[in-house]
Design a protein around this ligand. Structure first.
Ligand SMILES: C[S@@+](CC[C@H](N)C(=O)[O-])C[C@H]1O[C@@H](n2cnc3c(N)ncnc32)[C@H](O)[C@@H]1O
Length: 273
């Protein structure tokens, strides 16, 4: 490592989300428009009506929340991290959008507002680390949904932790915005799966290069790697949703399977009466 490179080693789990500017650059590689098409189409198909309102939980910089709002959907984003919430409110304000960014916990948040669709993307579902966290999340989301409301989850494909074929997703990539480049390593070289707890202890690294120099950040993080069978059992135990479809990507043409093209676990859940 260069001698003049500043190195910051964080110690707190989840601290990576306290610097939202870096997350926002690193994760701005998705086609939010295309993914919102998928979310709305699939939700409409299974709810049996137009989707007029949607809430993204663990929204981070809320790429999809903002895209929903641009399309005239009543749109909200929920996140636990105050720095992330403040940053994302700034993005919403700058663009003059009407979506609401709420500070709250996806296990316990309650509101009188009800939504047609709730969704959760990227590594966020894995932030629910215990079976009780997942049960609390199912109950929390069901209470936020209208009748027949849809909950869409996109999370890691289980081959990532139970298979021996390596990762389905890239863990090392680079993104540039203006004169800032963020090179990310999302647990790629340093990932310890504990089969007892189904938890991965990972180091998330950002190497940030600006005209002023380079800073390397290491953040510890922790992800629950819930098997599909455990997921189904927890869903049955909560008794709030039926799983009506399962995709292998945020793509209508890719159903869940062991094929390479299926690289995510995307269950579509409909609220039970
Ligand atoms: C991997 S980021 C995902 C951001 C966004 N969904 C995306 O697609 O880029 C995970 C986010 O979950 C938030 N988070 C973690 N635990 C949470 C909880 N219990 N309730 C709400 N948000 C939470 C973090 O603050 C972080 O912003």
């Amino acid at each position: 490592m260069d001698n003049d490179k500043k190195i910051i080693k964080a110690s707190k789990i989840g601290q990576v989300y306290t610097i939202p500017e870096l997350y926002d650059i690193a994760f701005d590689f998705r086609d939010a428009g295309k993914e919102v098409d998928f979310l709305l189409d699939i939700a409409r198909e299974h709810a049996g009506r137009e989707i007029k309102s949607a809430l993204e939980i663990a929204c981070g910089p809320a790429y999809h929340t903002r895209e929903m709002s641009r399309r005239g959907i009543i749109s909200g984003g929920l996140d636990l991290e105050p720095n992330m919430v403040a940053y994302t409110r700034g993005l919403v304000e700058k663009e003059g959008l009407s979506c609401e960014i709420i500070e709250g916990d996806m296990r316990y948040y309650k509101s009188d507002k009800k939504y047609d669709l709730v969704y959760i993307l990227m590594a966020s579902f894995a932030q629910l680390q215990t079976n009780q966290d997942i049960l609390d999340n199912f109950n929390c989301v069901a209470d936020l949904l209208n009748d027949n409301g849809i909950y869409i989850i996109s999370t890691a494909h289980p081959r990532d932790f139970y298979g021996d074929e390596g990762k389905s997703a890239e863990t090392v990539w680079s993104m540039t915005r203006g004169d800032i480049t963020v090179d990310s390593n999302w647990g790629g070289d340093d990932q310890k799966f504990d089969p007892m707890t189904e938890i991965d202890d990972v180091t998330v690294s950002f190497t940030v290069t600006t005209p002023d120099g380079t800073t390397h950040y290491d953040f510890p993080d922790r992800y629950r790697r819930c098997s599909i069978k455990t997921f189904e059992a927890l869903n049955q135990l909560a008794g709030r949703f039926e799983i009506v479809d399962t995709y292998g990507a945020i793509d209508k043409n890719i159903l869940l399977s062991n094929d390479k093209a299926a690289w995510r676990f995307v269950p579509i859940m409909r609220k039970l009466k």
